[in-house]
Design a protein around this ligand. Structure first.
Ligand SMILES: [Zn+2]
Length: 166
């Protein structure tokens, strides 16, 4: 094998980090390295502590994919209602609100009848102007799922009871 640092032909080279670059070096040049490098799953050559960091970061990412981060906010399902109510409370018509946030009246109309889903920029403009919040943690959806599950169990139990009686 060839030492990439001094060019010497040696029986064995070692992969090390030298000045931030991964190189195969001979025993003599090994002392130039700050620490031994390792290969990550992606085939990248990095320092051991970097590999560890990458690994834990990947683990965190995978966990997030499986379990949705609790407390992640989503656009409220009743955003149309919230916009309309807040606007009325402030005594504005749709055109006035539109002018205030630099949007056409049609945008406000569509937002309030739910035919348009606001993007992040529009959401923040609306929230600021109307002093409302349109983002929320979707807890209701979770509770609904639970309720459905419970209902299913209840129905199953009910059938069991009926079968027993036969
Ligand atoms: Zn060497």
């Amino acid at each position: 094998m060839l030492c990439e640092l001094c060019g010497a032909e040696v029986p064995r080279t070692k992969l090390v980090m030298v000045e931030g670059a991964a190189v195969n070096v001979c025993g003599k040049c090994e002392r130039f390295s700050s620490s031994a490098a390792v290969k990550t799953k992606d085939g990248e050559v990095v320092l051991p502590d970097v590999a560890q960091r990458l690994d834990s970061r990947e683990k965190r990412r995978t966990e997030r994919d499986i379990y949705q981060t609790p407390g992640e906010k989503e656009l409220a399902t009743d955003y149309s209602e919230r916009i309309r109510m807040a606007r009325q409370k402030m005594g504005m018509n749709q055109e006035e609100l539109g002018r205030l946030i630099n949007e056409k009246k049609g945008v406000i109309v569509n937002l309030e009848n739910g035919s348009m889903v606001p993007n992040d920029k529009l959401i923040s403009k609306l929230c600021r102007t109307l002093n409302i919040t349109l983002m929320e943690v979707p807890q209701e959806a979770e509770e609904q799922k639970k309720a459905e599950y419970t209902r299913g169990l209840t129905l199953g139990d009910f059938i069991k009871v009926k079968e027993k009686k036969k």
